[in-house]
Write a protein that binds this ligand. Structure first.
Ligand code: NAD
Length: 499
């Protein structure tokens, strides 16, 4: 294989890998079939080929995993292990992920259709997260409260118990790492439920976690559907926390399940319809147009922080949209295994039909289709970059999360109007804008209702900076020490001192 793998190299690797996939659940340190014996097919959306029939867990498997997780927690060989000890095991896991990085990337590419280059950067992000959280845990101090001389009041941080991590398919490994990194570092037992559309990298990760030395039952993986195993975990009286990334609709259901069961903590990272605002005073229209195209078409638009609403100041709108179309032209989908592909396949037929439905609706609503709008020929599920201009707030394509390569362009005349349009959404995950005016930068940054604001960039991020939303985009924060703190409980200890 050459130093930089080619399409042929990846195809050869894929053929070898798919002949030998782990398809069983990981419970109590063993790979096992689902209790029911049921399986579900996971399909490569770029070819239509079934990759594997994977164990379809349900409530019985959830019960078993919860019992095992509780026993592991009470045993304490992880929960009460000194943080430096947990750090070493997690650093070993990160090193193992590093040495299996091509396999992990390939599994996500085959399972959900993302280009291999993006999958590789996801693996780097996942490793970075595991390392960061491992390195953080032995630097998190408790407190001695400033009480009087007759008492010593300590504020201790303790793990929550069992964390069920329920994750989506668009960044399978990276979303997994954002949950299990801090939850494990904090000393919890973790049960991971990957999406039924992309279970393979999670199962591979389980074998690496075992090799790294995570004690029995501390990390388990239950592949299966949301309404079966996911719901069972969410309703469990023993699970202490749901760490969720996915749609707003399912997030709302999880809050109900928590209320119906044991008031478990529910951290939600949900959907978005993020505004990307181009002011006429931005520095370089060509550069901004390229970034605006990447902001929506990266990962086929299947990105929670996709810049799916592009708001352009009317004085530069026509010129800007022409530049954007030119940039998008070079982002056509291709074979996900080809390192030169910018976009890959849409995850499955349901999502593919959903995106095409939105495109039809956009045309019916009277938005101007400037590019794309069609699927490509072949057995794979490919949709080209699609751009609608003249979109207004009352159109469905301007309001709802499409989660595909479809951009809605709006025009505005004033800063005030742009801010009002940007904030006119149920979501508040990300917002960005482009301007060279420092006064405007401060004004607009403060007024955008969003968990993260990108100024003169799109999708800036680092392990040190929290990631999460406001409004119906959720209430949790992934990454940074803020996420680590979410997975621990404060315990106040009062000690009376003799005079
Ligand atoms: P989804 O909500 O359909 O599924 C997410 C997970 O929840 C899956 O594992 C699914 O099996 C499970 N699930 C579904 N119903 C359930 C139920 N009743 N009980 C328990 N679990 C259940 O979302 P998706 O289609 O997998 O992912 C796309 C969504 O994820 C988009 O809305 C996207 O914006 C969002 N997302 C958000 C972020 C973020 O950080 N905010 C990141 C990535 C994706």
């Amino acid at each position: 294989m050459s130093l930089t793998p080619t399409l042929a190299d990846w195809q050869a690797k894929a053929a070898a890998l798919t002949a030998n996939l782990e398809i069983r659940a990981f419970i109590d340190d063993e790979f096992v079939a689902a209790a029911s014996g049921e399986t579900f097919a996971t399909v490569n959306p770029a070819t239509g080929d079934t990759l594997a029939d994977v164990a379809s867990c349900d409530a019985a498997d959830a019960d078993k995993a919860v019992t095992v997780a509780r026993a592991a927690f009470e045993r304490g060989d992880w929960a009460r292990l000194a943080p430096t000890g947990r750090k070493l095991v997690m650093l070993r896991l990160a090193t193992l992920m590093e040495s299996h990085r091509d396999t992990l990337a390939l599994l996500d590419t085959l399972d959900m259709g993302k280009p291999i280059n993006s999958a590789q950067s996801d693996v780097s992000g996942a490793i970075g997260c595991i390392r960061h959280q491992a390195e953080s845990i032995d630097k998190l101090y408790g407190e001695v409260a400033p009480t009087g001389d007759d008492t010593l009041a300590l504020v201790l941080r303790e793990p929550l118990g069992i964390v069920a991590a329920i994750v989506p398919w668009n960044f399978p490994l990276m979303m997994t790492a954002w949950k299990i990194g801090p939850a494990l570092a904090a000393g919890n037992s973790v049960i991971l439920k990957p999406s039924e559309k992309s279970p393979l990298s999670a199962l591979y990760l389980a074998s690496l976690a075992r090799e790294a030395g995570l004690p029995r039952g501390v990390f388990q993986v239950l592949p299966g559907f949301g309404h079966t195993v996911g719901k069972a975990l969410a309703l469990s009286m023993e699970v202490n926390c749901l760490a969720f990334t996915g749609s707003t609709g399912v997030g709302k259901q999880l809050l109900q399940y928590a209320g119906q069961s044991n008031l478990k903590r529910v951290y939600l990272e949900c959907g978005g319809k993020s505004p990307n605002i181009v002011f006429a005073d931005c520095k370089d229209l060509d550069r901004v147009a390229r970034h605006a195209a990447e902001a929506i078409f990266y990962n086929q638009g299947e990105v929670c922080i996709a810049g799916s609403r592009l708001l352009v100041e009317n004085s530069v709108r026509d010129a800007f949209v022409d530049k954007l179309l030119a940039a998008a032209e070079s982002m056509q989908p291709g074979d996900p295994l080809d390192p030169s592909s910018f976009m890959g396949a849409i995850v499955d037929r349901t999502q593919y039909e959903r995106v095409l439905d939105y495109i039809r609706q956009g045309v019916e609503e009277g938005a101007r289709l400037r590019m794309g709008g069609t699927s490509l020929d072949g057995p794979g599920l490919f949709i080209g970059p699609t751009v609608f201009d003249g979109v207004t707030d009352d159109m469905v394509i301007g309001r709802e999360e499409i989660f595909g390569p479809v951009l809605s362009v709006f025009g505005f005349d004033t800063e005030e109007e742009a801010i009002a349009m940007a904030n006119n959404s149920d979501y508040g995950l990300a917002a960005g804008f482009w301007s060279q005016d420092i006064d405007r930068i401060m004004r607009v940054t403060r007024r955008l209702h969003s968990g993260q604001v990108f100024v003169n960039n799109w999708a800036g991020g680092d392990q040190t900076v929290p990631f999460g939303g406001v409004k119906q985009s959720g209430n949790g924060r992934d990454k940074s020490h803020h996420s680590l703190e979410e997975y621990s409980e404060l315990k106040s200890v009062w000690m009376s001192l003799s005079p």
